[in-house]
Design a protein. Structure first.
Length: 627
């Protein structure tokens, strides 16, 4: 047996100690295993004399390899320690080198060619980069600003003098500009003053505490609206700048066509709205995911919100949310300030929801642009709706509680979602979020367009019974909202059409309204070209326009350019009745402890969001002039 074989081998000394120990420690459990082990021992014994030198060589080689590996490990550890110790210096060196290389490239490009659209885009981007660097370097370090701020905040007399002095100066400047610059050239613009003051008066009538209204944020909210609208609608530089910016956005969104053509096919434009415009939303959502991952969106939102808070005197949290709604939607912006939701006052909570109803997210705006709405006017409307929403909310829901502004002073946005692993993951996540919006938007459009068709058929049936022809939902909304559209400044002959579009936006979805508005804008361009080139005749057929010489019908008819601009501004909000359910679901899930407050305030916030949009339309009508 194995044990006996091992003993005999030990007595005869025929095998080495290593082979003997190997055999003894094996302890096989059956004869087959014993034979296999003995065979291995014999083979090792036969090769013992020839492998001794090989083993020594192997051990020496192994020691040398381990020595080299140890040296590499020590070098790696040294480099890692050095990088960790001097991370700040190395980061600054890399950034400085990158900036030097960029500015060298910028200087060369400006010398090589200047004046075309690409050079202007490079110049604007570089200016924004320099501004961001300056803000980063000198943020909180300007002693002069601190001294002025301390003087204003510590001296009640100086604070009162400054506040009322600015009131007087602002009112005088606005009155002089309107009287000498705008109304003299366009007296019909005075019609929009009815809308501005009428909307504020109506909101005051529905206010929860009319005596508690703080008119400071209301005043400065409308001043900001007026100033920004003046820059974009009255000055050539401002108009061209936003026209250029709008064209750049349209050009950017056109890159979505490449992806849509690759995935769906070259003729995807003929496959309906879901395929023709869904790619635009998905592409823009992917871009927003990247901007969020890189921190660009958070930086813009916080800085813009703080500036808005400083000018209007509103709380930092509600101001940040108002500014964030320029880029993201009603259900996403509260995520930025989620830690503050449980302690917000009712006025702040109402302002948060009002701002959500009064604006649209960037991807939905991209869809509006794809339908043919003017991009420059949509961008302006999205920006000036933020101060308008805050102003209207402070009339409807004035502040009656003591707000802890100290706790909000150093506000930093929370993460919208869990941090993506890298830029590719962020782009993919943004596309998936946008895909859900595409499905939601297209589902709502399918449902509500069908419902509008059913409602029109019902109204037509009842109208025919009474001998009234053409009684539709659009016609009823046009008559009901006629006073509102007239007060906003729409021409008398277009008031009914503007009212019907606003009615569709309220009771269905703004996407359907902008789809019709895009067709109306295109019809006007076709009609102008028809009259200019052929000087042919045309006439109305109901709500459509018929071109006699070309035998063409322009469905939905035409409106004046002024009516188109007012409608574009007035409809630029997420304040359809379906949005109430979205707001309730988002807010109650984010902060269940404020469920009762949200339910109590959501109706007033919805009303305020629409009033803010109508005020934006009135401001646009007050400033608009044909370009």
């Amino acid at each position: 047996n194995a044990s006996k074989g091992g003993t005999d081998a030990e007595q005869n000394g025929d095998i080495s100690d290593k082979s003997e120990l190997l055999l003894i420690n094996t302890k096989p459990t059956n004869s087959v295993n014993a034979i296999q082990e003995m065979t291995i021992v014999v083979e090792k014994q036969n090769k013992d004399e020839t492998t001794g030198e090989d083993i020594d060589t192997y051990m020496e080689s192994k020691k040398a390899t381990e020595g080299r590996a140890g040296g590499v490990d020590r070098l790696e550890e040294t480099i890692r320690t050095c990088l960790k110790t001097h991370t700040r210096i190395l980061t600054r060196l890399v950034k400085s080198l990158a900036l030097l290389l960029y500015f060298a490239y910028f200087t060369y490009c400006m010398n090589y060619r200047f004046g075309d659209g690409g050079s202007i885009a490079l110049l604007v981007g570089t200016a924004l980069l320099v501004l961001a660097i300056i803000c980063k370097l000198f943020s909180g370090r300007c002693g002069c600003c601190k001294k002025i701020s301390s003087l204003v905040s510590c001296s009640p007399r100086w604070r009162c003098f400054t506040r009322y002095g600015l009131y007087v100066i602002s009112i005088a400047a606005l009155a002089a500009y309107l009287g000498l610059k705008v109304l003299v050239r366009h007296p019909q613009n005075a019609q929009s003053l009815l809308g501005v003051f009428g909307i504020v008066l109506v909101c005051l009538m529905f206010s929860r505490k009319p005596r508690k209204v703080n008119w400071h944020p209301v005043f400065w909210g409308f001043v900001i609206q007026f100033c920004f609208a003046t820059i974009t609608l009255q000055t050539d530089t401002g108009y061209k700048a936003f026209k250029w910016l709008g064209d750049m956005v349209v050009h950017l969104l056109e890159y979505s066509h490449k992806g849509a053509a690759f995935v769906i096919g070259e003729d995807y434009g003929n496959m309906g709205l879901a395929f023709s415009y869904g790619g635009v939303m998905i592409f823009f959502g992917s871009l927003m995911g990247l901007f969020t991952h890189w921190g660009i969106l958070q930086f813009i939102v916080v800085k813009g919100g703080r500036a808005l808070s400083f000018v209007m005197g509103t709380g930092p949290v509600e101001s940040v949310v108002a500014f964030a709604n320029i880029f993201i939607g009603l259900s996403q912006s509260p995520l930025l300030v989620r830690p503050y939701l449980p302690t917000m006052s009712e006025s702040e909570l109402g302002a948060l929801m009002t701002c959500g109803f009064a604006s649209v997210s960037g991807d939905i705006m991209a869809l509006f642009i794809a339908y043919g709405a003017p991009a420059n006017h949509l961008l302006t409307a999205a920006i000036i709706s933020a101060p308008a929403a805050l102003a209207i909310s402070k009339v409807l829901m004035p502040e009656t509680e003591q707000v802890d502004l100290v706790a909000q002073a150093s506000i930093a946005t929370a993460e919208v979602s869990e941090k993506s692993q890298n830029a590719l993951s962020a782009a993919a996540d943004g596309a998936l979020v946008a895909m859900r919006l595409v499905v939601s938007a297209m589902t709502n459009m399918l449902a509500f367009v069908s419902l509008l068709g059913l409602i029109d058929a019902i109204f037509l049936w009842f109208g025919n019974r009474a001998g009234v022809q053409g009684l539709t939902f659009d016609l009823i909304c046009g008559y009901v909202l006629f006073p509102l559209t007239f007060a906003m400044g729409a021409p008398y002959e277009d008031c009914s059409r503007v009212g019907s579009l606003i009615g569709i936006k309220l009771f269905a979805t703004p996407v359907v309204g902008y789809a019709e508005l895009g067709k109306i804008i295109n019809n006007r361009l076709i009609l102008e070209d028809y009259v200019k080139n052929t000087n042919g005749s045309w006439h109305w057929e109901g709500s459509d326009v018929f071109l006699d010489d070309s035998n063409t019908t322009l469905v939905y008819g035409v409106m004046s350019e002024r009516a188109e601009v007012i409608t574009t501004y007035a409809m630029c909000s997420f304040s359809a009745f379906t949005a109430i359910g979205i707001c309730l679901g988002a807010m109650t899930s984010l902060c269940p402890s404020r469920r009762s407050d949200v339910i109590k305030l959501v109706g007033l916030a919805f009303f305020g969001g629409n009033m803010a949009s109508f005020a934006t339309g009135a401001i646009a009508g007050l400033i608009h002039s044909s370009k």
